[in-house]
Design a protein around this ligand. Structure first.
Ligand SMILES: Cc1ncc(COP(=O)(O)OP(=O)(O)O)c(N)n1
Ligand SMILES: Cc1ncsc1CCOP(=O)(O)O
Ligand SMILES: [Mg+2]
Length: 498
């Protein structure tokens, strides 16, 4: 992928910790190319803001116009804007950008005050220009204080946050991530609240107690804008940005006499810094224990009938999934009973996709569920019946959520384009697969989606231990021969590792 271009629109911080200076470091650190549009020049050190001078409107618009002619952005990160004129002009400019090219993603961190408390902007919440800019924004990232200033709603509880976010969404703003750093009810954790009108999630991290957090808001928004420009979905962009900031906070130190800036350490990889992802509208059962352990999955064919189970198990397949999407109720149950019996006869592991009640009733080895099934399935019943649970994931946020349930395995996909299922997400590819494997933390993993026999070696080279496939076996000229070839490939890898 070409290095994405991110415009950072905001104030210059002469102290080098926040504002444009932090933005440039964060965008670079996340693998983007950062351009800058300076809205104001501030004279700051680590102790105080000594002077603020807005740039002229002429200079502000000249920077925007010049960049649009050559360095068209994939994302914009907006920070401090000095006055209503800049807001007005920027809202119109973004509307124009969206008309003339591929609309850039827009993240606005509505900086109204410096962390020292000094007012940085003359913007008056509620004025028409604020509303106009909000209408162009994909994600707004206010802290509690900014949320209150923008909406008039005091952030006294999660419900109040939701009400405030709702007000902002009504302006046309796509989503709101309320940063929890200053919320009164948070002590040990730092949870951010995400609202987009449909989805409500919390992204929680252990609070990192440091005075050296200068620039963390700017950095979060810039890292997020870069991840969006790199084509990560919003929930993954939030995970990556939080991991970037958490690591920066952990390694921050003083530079001057006052609070130091967070440290910029590049693309986040260390699992310790990634947030827990907690669905807002749903709680997993409190008594839920880890699911029964699973060993390496190896070759994991997914088939749509007991006949196929009967065809493949005698070849030496020892893990298989029955995935029936359309069937009459009686036929479905019969197929499941037969598949489970075949599993017992061949000492193979049979997972049932979706139909967890039937899987429990007939004693399957395990159940495979998608993310959307997690809210409706009785996870406690599955776990207490001793069945294994495999969960589908399609990125960082889903992986973090799935991991919190201690499943028996994690499925990572879809890896490549597939014709077998219409996917709402984009193919992940091998680079992302390698990143996700670090996050899996010892839970067995299996890759799925568009994996052909030819691609198996490069998929295995990522370190993944299991390979799930449908069409590579189902549509093969000789499914038995193909299955044997695949088994040999996985067996060889197993032997090479031993
Ligand atoms: C191993 C494995 N990975 C992913 C899936 C997909 O499951 P899900 O998200 O529940 O979608 P459907 O299969 O139900 O369409 C899977 N079945 N197996
Ligand atoms: C069920 C499913 N879930 C994610 S991709 C996929 C289909 C995988 O099929 P194929 O191996 O034919 O691409
Ligand atoms: Mg399913």
């Amino acid at each position: 992928m070409k290095t994405p271009i991110i415009w950072c629109i905001g104030g210059s911080d002469s102290g080098g910790g926040a504002g444009i200076q932090a933005d440039l470091l964060a965008v670079r650190g996340m693998g983007g190319h950062a351009c800058s549009v300076i809205s104001a020049v501030t004279a700051q050190n680590s102790l105080r803001v000594a002077h603020i001078q807005a740039v002229s409107l002429e200079s502000f618009t000249a920077q925007l116009n010049c960049l649009a002619q050559d360095l068209f952005p994939q994302a914009l990160k907006i920070g401090m804007l000095a006055d209503s004129l800049q807001l007005h002009c920027l809202a119109e400019f973004i509307a124009w950008l969206k008309r003339v090219g591929k609309p850039p993603l827009v993240v606005w961190d509505p900086v109204l005050r410096a962390s020292s408390g000094a007012a940085l902007s003359e913007i008056k919440p509620g004025d028409n220009d604020v509303t106009a800019l909000l209408g162009q924004v994909d994600i707004l990232t206010p802290n509690a204080q900014e949320l209150e200033l923008l909406t008039g709603v005091s952030p006294t509880s999660p419900d109040a946050l939701a009400a405030a976010a709702q007000k902002l969404l009504q302006t046309g703003c796509g989503a709101v991530l309320v940063k929890g750093g200053h919320l009164a009810w948070q002590a040990e954790t730092a949870e951010d609240y995400y609202f987009d009108g449909q989805d409500y999630r919390r992204f929680g991290s252990v609070r990192i107690d440091t005075p050296h957090s200068h620039g963390s808001g700017c950095t979060l928004a810039s890292a997020m804008a870069t991840a969006l420009a790199l084509d990560y979905p919003v929930e993954d962009a939030i995970c990556l940005a939080k991991a970037y900031v958490n690591r920066g906070l952990r390694q921050a130190s003083a530079v001057g006499e006052g609070p130091g800036p967070l440290s910029h350490q590049g693309w986040p990889k260390d699992v310790a810094y990634f947030p827990a992802v907690i669905p807002g509208n749903w709680q997993p059962p409190k008594a839920l224990q880890p699911f029964a352990e699973e060993s390496e999955l190896g070759l994991y064919p997914i088939v749509d009938s007991a006949d196929w189970v009967e065809r493949l198990l005698p070849l030496g397949v020892n893990c298989i999934q029955l995935r029936i999407k359309k069937a009459r109720k009686t036929d479905l149950e019969e197929q499941i009973i037969r598949a489970i019996k075949l599993g017992r006869d061949h000492e193979a592991r049979v997972y049932i996709n979706d139909h967890w009640q039937l899987a429990i009733r007939h004693g399957a080895h395990g159940v495979h569920l998608g993310q959307e099934d997690l809210q409706t399935a009785d996870l406690l019943a599955i776990q207490q019946a001793g069945l294994r649970l495999g969960i589908s994931t399609h990125g960082y946020a889903e992986l973090q959520l799935a991991k919190s349930l201690s499943p028996s395995y994690l499925a990572l996909g879809h890896l490549f384009a597939t014709k077998t299922k219409q996917m709402p997400s984009k193919p992940q590819g091998l680079t992302r697969l390698r990143q996700y494997l670090i996050l899996a933390e010892g839970v067995p993993t299996v890759a799925i989606g568009g994996i052909s026999v030819e691609r198996v070696p490069e998929v295995l080279a990522s370190g993944i231990r299991g390979i799930a496939l449908v069409s590579a076996i189902r549509d093969a000229a000789n499914p038995e021969a193909t299955t044997r070839t695949l088994l040999n490939m996985l067996e060889k890898r197993h032997a090479d590792r031993a």
